[in-house]
Write a protein that binds this ligand. Sequence first.
Ligand SMILES: Nc1nc2c(c(=O)[nH]1)N[C@H]1C(S)=C(S)[C@@H](COP(=O)(O)OP(=O)(O)OC[C@H]3O[C@@H](n4cnc5c(N)ncnc54)[C@H](O)[C@@H]3O)O[C@H]1N2
Ligand code: MOO
Length: 412
Amino acid sequence: MTHTCDLLPPGILSVEQAQTHILGSVTGLQASESVTLWQAQGRILAETVCAPLDVPPHRNSAMDGYALRYADLASEKPLHLVGASFAGRPFAGEVQPGECVRIMTGAVVPDGTDSVVMQENVQRDGDHIRITSSLMHGENVRHPGEDMRTGDTVLDAGRKLNAADLGLLASLGISDAKVLRRPRVAFCSTGDELKSIGEPLQPGDIYDSNRYTLYGLLQNLDVEIIDLGVVRDTPEAVEHAFQQAMQQADVFITSGGASVGEADYVTSTLERLGQVNFWKIAMKPGKPLAFGTLGECVFFGLPGNPVSVMATFMLFVRPAILRLRGESLPTVPEYTALCTTPLKKVPGRTDYQRGICERDAQGQWQVRSTGGQGSHILRSMSQANCFIALPREMGNLEAGATVTIIPFEGFL
Ligand SMILES: Nc1nc2c(c(=O)[nH]1)N[C@H]1C(S)=C(S)[C@@H](COP(=O)(O)OP(=O)(O)OC[C@H]3O[C@@H](n4cnc5c(N)ncnc54)[C@H](O)[C@@H]3O)O[C@H]1N2
Ligand code: MOO
């Protein structure tokens, strides 16, 4: 997503370095499962689909009108109406010279006929019709296989199924799709100050908000979500949560305790059960990040501050989950915008400040700050609709500066 790659102090990673390392460690899940079309929206196809039949399966009419033999129109004699073809109830028999058949949209075009005239362009007199405007040979006749032919490759493996695809599969008579298994993502909050909603706050306590934020972010990614709750810093609780995550999940996300160093049970459990590195990333918010593996499970230890959780999720966890899902990584749109408020910035880290952006009448992006930018000010995320991404070397900005914005579209 961003930007500069000049030298960093030893032991500090740039955002890009961290992203590259993470994506290099994650490969797509291979396991697949069969789901009905009702459950297949947004899932990733595990196999290529070929058409088992022609769509449409038969020659049919594009209009309500009359099916006729084009050659009969040369004589301009009235045509004799000999029957009807309704959708699902075809005309039985073959239409002879001088004859026509009443036909409805989608109904089989009877043998012997080759064109359909719309009923608006016909004068009917009992069981005879006369055509009142010109008609082309074959007009209003739709042919078998015009949409899809038997054997055509219609959807490639790896495709994310959308609503049109579901209808397409249904039109081929296919009831189930073989799709990649969804990643299972477990998450918990750590911290002895955290209380669950409903519990009274004692001095020094706060309510756990990160689990709700993470739950919402994960819901946007169509993964199986495993909530492991608030984990107290006791050896038993930490061990139990981590074992559960390792047994059930492809990804395990914790929040809090990422800037450790002090010996706590989370750190010692991580060291015992897996291979996890504690990084410092040159970004704000979101400097401390733990990343590694716990057995087969990819582990992210996100910083506890509520805005830091969201920024690190968007920049690091989301791309990793998309890769696990078997999706190609989307390019995250960035735009140049005029910033209408001054911005405070300390050089050294890439800032992801919270902004409110809109296009002006000329289609140019404008952005303003949400105000206080502390990583504990969750309201700044709630009010914002974009990040204002400020490169590492940048300092304070005056109003009127040109900045890069990253809209939240599709993230929150
Ligand atoms: N001496 C240093 N102190 C800190 C550094 C540093 O480099 N040196 N880094 C700061 C930065 S930056 C961040 S970010 C935080 C990250 O700390 P941790 O990941 O260890 O997180 P905690 O200390 O557990 O919590 C930080 C903050 O967030 C609140 N929190 C935690 N979990 C939740 C939750 N589930 N819901 C709501 N709020 C939560 C917690 O109460 C703290 O206020 O470290 C800085 N310190
Ligand atoms: O970088 Mo920390 O994530 O400021 O709050």
